[in-house]
Design a protein around this ligand. Structure first.
Ligand SMILES: *Cc1c(COP(=O)(O)O)cnc(C)c1O
Length: 356
């Protein structure tokens, strides 16, 4: 018997069924590759990469660009291999023992529970209301009662799609102790348009996490970033290996960020598709559609499991949550291209109308 780390065997894993889907709308990815102009510029850039050097310059160039855009300083920005790495490091840095409590809403991003476990901290899930709204007073009370070290809000929330107002976030920031870090995971912010970045200067315990994986369609490159006070950035940096980002991803994200205006039309198209599909889904008997501020919609349907199996049989991959708390009979569908959306919609319509 190999002597693995204690607890490793019981670590929960991220369970997604992946196949060679005909229509893949299960991971909130962007179903379009790079815009042609971005691809052109990127190929030129990649031909000039200094493969023999550690990527110092590229790391700081991207940080600087992100800082400038948010009117922050480079020391307020930390990059990660996807915001996943950043969130995992934050849980690690504010965890370490069960005496450290991490508060997050439920249902929310399933990885929060897993990162809590990995950090050996204690998770305190706070149930969302039946309509997936967040009772901010209840959330604040949980943070205070548990003397939490880290509180996390995903805004807009994955997988419910719910957007919380900046004043709700500020209410939380105002009413939790200043010795509790407050992470706002803004993975879908670009589809929502509202951010808590403006609160950073007022609340030094606030941390914002962002990703290139969703609106910027760069899931393959694994790039995310965190905005926070210099003190927090310096502390979290200690948990990273030197040169943890590779030059290919850094150079790619740098070009994408420079050319982010190229993404505005497609972000608008995703939002328009989400609105169109929400309206269409709402017409189907027995299907509940939750309001979404993201590039996906969550639906509830009594026979969600059977519907999911039917979709799978047609090569359509959506996200099914099984018996996850607060998500029974729910399916999450990311917005694909218009034709793809029409196709999965037709399949759902057939099923719920008993024509499958
Ligand atoms: C997708 C996602 C992330 C992380 O994505 P990365 O690809 O690791 O940047 C983080 N939080 C939420 C809520 C997400 O949906």
């Amino acid at each position: 018997m190999l002597k693995y780390r204690t607890g490793l065997k019981d670590m929960p894993s991220y369970d997604v069924v992946e196949r060679d889907w005909k229509i893949k709308v299960n991971a909130n990815e962007c179903n379009m590759n790079l815009p042609p102009m971005v691809e052109d510029r990127l190929m030129g850039r990649l031909s000039r990469v200094a493969f023999n050097r550690y990527p110092n310059e590229e790391y700081d160039a991207l940080r600087e660009q992100i800082a400038d855009n948010h009117k922050l300083e480079i020391e307020n920005v930390l990059l990660g291999s996807g915001s996943s790495e950043i969130i995992e490091k934050l849980f690690y840095c504010f965890g370490g023992t069960k005496a450290k409590k991490i508060v997050y809403p439920e249902p929310s991003f399933s990885m929060y529970r897993i990162y809590t476990k990995a950090a050996q901290a204690l998770g305190v899930p706070v149930s969302l209301e039946a309509d997936y709204s967040l009772d901010v007073a209840k959330f604040v009370a949980a943070v205070n009662d548990h003397k939490a070290s880290l509180a996390v809000i995903c805004n807009p929330n994955n997988p419910t799609g719910t957007g919380y107002s900046v004043s709700d976030i500020e209410f939380i920031a105002q009413n939790i102790p200043s010795n509790c870090a407050l992470l706002i995971d803004e993975a879908y912010m670009e589809f929502y348009g509202r951010t808590s970045v403006g609160l950073l200067k007022k609340y030094p315990n606030l941390i914002i996490a962002r990703t290139f994986s969703k609106a910027y369609g760069l899931a393959s490159a694994r790039v995310g970033y965190m905005l926070a006070s210099k003190v927090i950035v310096t502390m979290i940096e200690k948990s990273y290996m030197p040169y943890h980002m590779n030059v290919l991803s850094l150079a790619t994200a740098d070009i994408v960020y420079q050319m982010r205006h190229e993404y505005v039309p497609r972000i608008q198209m995703m939002i328009a598709e989400r609105k169109r599909m929400s309206t269409e889904l709402d017409k189907l008997p027995g299907v509940t559609v939750y309001p979404s501020e993201t590039n996906f919609v969550l639906i509830k349907y009594a026979k969600a499991k059977e519907l999911n199996e039917y979709l799978e049989s047609k090569g359509i991959g959506v996200r099914c949550f099984g018996d996850a708390p607060g998500l029974k009979n729910c399916l999450r569908i990311s917005m694909g291209l218009r034709e793809e959306n029409d196709q999965w919609y037709d399949a759902i319509k057939q099923f719920v109308e008993g024509r499958a």
